[in-house]
Write a protein that binds this ligand. Structure first.
Ligand code: SIN
Length: 325
């Protein structure tokens, strides 16, 4: 810790298992207030004075763009308040990657914004929430932490972009493309963060982005149906490294030619989707470091951009390994 005075933090609680009542996997997410959670965490006072707000208290499977907007507004307001050195956001793990993607792409943080959560409810033996919260508080309060959006989980510090929940039960369910965690909380280690590009605007109304599986049982007509029912973009959940089945090619080429943004994502839990000659041929964009759910958020933010600008932004932000095959 570089600071001597106790920094002030705002903790925005949004629900999740970290604040759940109950045990096992049949618990009620978001049932406990941040005040209650903090009472069980007296060590937090060594690092920060903490104020609370609870924009909502949900199981993150129920999150909607309205929840995202409420959180985005609460964070933007808090970033403008000079008394706060940083923010902690407690969140359910199930859709944390979508929220993290949105915040990473649309905020211009001047302070650390640290997301965290838990895989086990507080009353469960071996609950991970208290430790994750403590580490998030410590990272947000540390004067050496650069501005940016981070996730602290299971003693690791992750970037918000490229994040994915890759395991249903493990105490470290998160992974990140392309290089994994930025650092660890034991020892306390965070390498310098690259400069952040300018934030994207939140659309006034959220465009429809279809998520389409392309297994043996799925028909490529789904793409046309998505377009006919008003989708502005489609994310394809493809096998392997985003491999397009031949029978889908014509439908994809037709869809992109008529203006649909089509992203090739992978149904594999981990690994990037690299640019491929098929993108040139079919007019698709590879998901790059984004998981399929995160690619949906990115596609929704970029759907209204002109095709050329969209392509440039997408390549710059999500394909950090370069555009060459
Ligand atoms: C949720 O996502 O709100 C419930 C599951 C979790 O936090 O791990």
């Amino acid at each position: 810790m570089a600071a001597t005075a106790c920094p002030r933090l705002l903790w925005l609680a949004t629900g999740g298992t970290v604040a759940a009542a109950g045990r096992g996997i049949a618990y009620r997410a978001g049932a406990l207030s941040p005040e209650t959670l903090l009472e069980a965490l007296p060590e937090a006072g060594r690092y920060a004075e903490i104020e609370f707000a609870a924009p909502y208290a949900i199981d993150s499977k129920d999150a909607t763009p309205q929840h995202w907007l409420r959180l985005h507004t609460a964070i933007t307001e808090a970033l403008a308040r000079p008394e706060f050195a940083g923010l902690v956001v407690s969140h359910g793990t199930d859709t944390l990657e979508e929220t993290a993607t949105l915040l990473a792409l649309t905020l211009a943080p001047t302070k650390p914004v640290v997301l965290t959560g838990a895989m086990r409810p507080p009353s469960e033996a071996g609950a991970d929430g208290p430790r994750n919260l403590l580490h998030a508080i410590r990272l947000a309060a540390d004067a050496d932490t650069p501005p940016g959006v981070f996730l602290v989980f299971g003693e690791e510090i992750f970037p918000a972009l490229g994040l994915r929940k890759a395991h249903t039960l493990a105490l470290q369910p998160f992974a990140a493309e392309p290089r994994g965690a930025l650092g660890t909380t034991f020892p306390w280690l965070l390498p310098p963060i690259e400069e952040r590009p300018s934030p994207l605007p939140i659309p006034p109304s959220w465009p429809r982005v279809a998520l389409l599986a392309a297994t043996a049982l799925d028909a490529p007509e789904a793409l046309r149906q998505a377009q006919e029912t008003g989708a502005a973009a489609a994310v394809l959940l493809l096998p392997g490294h985003g491999s397009v089945p031949e029978r889908w090619e014509a439908a994809i080429a037709d869809a992109t030619a008529s203006g649909l943004l089509v992203v090739r994502a992978s149904r594999c839990g981990q690994g990037p989707v690299l640019p491929h000659p098929v993108d040139e041929r079919l007019g698709t964009l590879p998901a790059g470091i984004l998981s399929a759910p995160a690619a949906r958020v990115a596609a929704a933010l970029l759907a209204s951009f002109a095709a050329q600008e969209r392509q440039t932004l997408w390549r710059a932000r999500f394909l950090p390994f370069g555009g060459d095959v």
